[in-house]
Write a protein that binds this ligand. Structure first.
Ligand code: ZN
Length: 407
């Protein structure tokens, strides 16, 4: 069996471990997550790794170095999923990390390698993503630990119920990281549209998310003359088309109104209130901030024209995260050594690499995603691309070892 075949077989095996029969759903510290961790533990042990579960539920396997005071290269991704997920988002990155380590055999390296399977990235159970990666950089704070799921269980209680000790959380932090590398499917169509297997991530796009409330006046749809209306729906609709128009006209910007709710929401009543979300992303913070300013201003203008007031509330703001230039160029050399074309790429989605990047040099390799389809049962990846990614990963480890030995 080729390495890529083995990686894919393991991903499919993990996809059958689920909290919901007939689909692939594994959330933070769920029963299925425990079974998935048990299975990956056996693979890690077979690979000769020292395995432990940290206090945030991250599964960690260390390949020790012969050299004393060796720092740690982290190879990581996540094992949790969205509801009714595919087999590869996150899981592929963990299985590729493990395969890279397995292929090292007895080779002596000037650093340790720690394979980390994050317990939580998707934010499904607690509505907050990146619990696992926050733990390894020490930013899983009180506020987050108190956050509750739909059953009223807090993160802190979930950790306790799983049999872990929250007091041990400081031990989850990696004190001496040499670097971080994550393999992940692109989850978008860029690489496939260019016929390229791999992408070296240079930046993870920044995001701004708002909730807007358009408040007009509900009234009778038959008896209220057009000039006398305060129609919140018409104001919101005009604004939504500008969100699309502005983003189409701005290079490197995406903007989305993904959800609207109308009150009272009846066919024969003029809408008195519309609540709408706004999600704006770009690798360039100035472009993103400029777009947000314009779009919020425009929302007010759409309201004013109809006697509708508009309020906006910031729900999330995350600046763009550039990945480490030194590791990025090393990863490009590694990709080059496989014969694949080097393509730098911006990630429009958030990833664990974005959480760890402020604390350690971080790099990320994307694999082409057929049809750009992800967070879907039909999510796929090509075996040849996985093999190229593994080859690039092996080359990356060799290059990093050469750099460290030369110090
Ligand atoms: Zn993911």
């Amino acid at each position: 069996m080729s390495d890529a075949t083995k990686v894919l077989a393991r991903c499919h095996e993990l996809a059958r471990i689920t909290d919901v029969e007939g689909e692939t759903t594994r959330t933070f510290l769920s029963p299925a997550m425990r079974r998935a961790n048990d299975l990956v533990t056996t693979w890690m042990r077979d690979a000769g790794l020292n395995v432990r579960t940290d206090a945030a539920g991250n599964l960690r396997g260390v390949r020790l170095s012969t050299s004393e005071k060796a720092k740690t290269l982290i190879l990581a991704s996540h094992l949790d999923t969205v509801p009714n997920a595919g087999a590869f988002d996150g899981v592929l990155g963990v299985m590729m990390a493990l395969a890279v380590v397995e292929n090292l055999g007895q080779a002596s390296l000037p650093f340790q390698i720690e394979v980390v399977a994050f317990s939580e990235e998707e934010g499904v159970r607690f509505g907050v993503p990146f619990i696992g990666s926050r733990a390894i950089v020490g930013t899983l704070e009180e506020l987050l630990l108190g956050r509750k799921d739909l059953t009223g269980t807090s993160v802190r209680e979930a950790i306790h119920a799983y049999g872990l000790d929250i007091e041990q959380l400081p031990d989850a932090v990696v004190p001496d990281a040499l670097g971080y590398l994550e393999f992940h499917i692109e989850q978008g169509p860029a690489l496939e549209s260019e016929g390229l297997p791999l992408g070296v991530v240079e930046t993870i796009a920044g995001q701004s998310r708002y909730e807007l409330v358009f408040t007009g006046e509900a009234n009778h749809a038959g008896t209220t003359p057009m000039p006398l209306r305060h129609d919140a729906m018409s104001a919101a609709a005009q604004w939504i088309t500008e969100v699309e128009t502005h983003a189409r006209a701005t290079r490197g910007l995406v903007a989305t109104v993904g959800s609207v709710a109308t009150v009272p929401g009846a066919g024969n009543v003029i809408a008195g209130e519309v609540r709408a979300t706004l999600d704006v992303r770009s690798a360039n913070d100035e472009i993103r901030d400029g777009a947000v300013t314009h779009l919020l201003h425009h929302a007010n203008a759409c309201g004013t024209a109809r006697g509708v007031t508009v309020t906006s509330t910031l729900r999330m703001k995350q600046d763009a995260v550039p990945l480490d230039y030194g590791l990025l160029t090393m990863l490009e050399d590694a990709v080059d050594s496989t014969g694949a074309v080097i393509r730098r790429i911006v990630s429009g989605a958030g990833h664990d690499a974005m959480i760890v990047a402020p604390y350690m040099p971080a790099a990320m390799l994307f694999l082409r995603t057929p049809r750009g389809l992800s967070h879907h049962p039909d999510e796929a990846v090509l075996p040849a691309d996985v093999q190229l990614g593994l080859d690039a990963g092996a080359a990356f480890v060799r290059l990093l070892a050469a750099r460290e030995n030369a110090r």
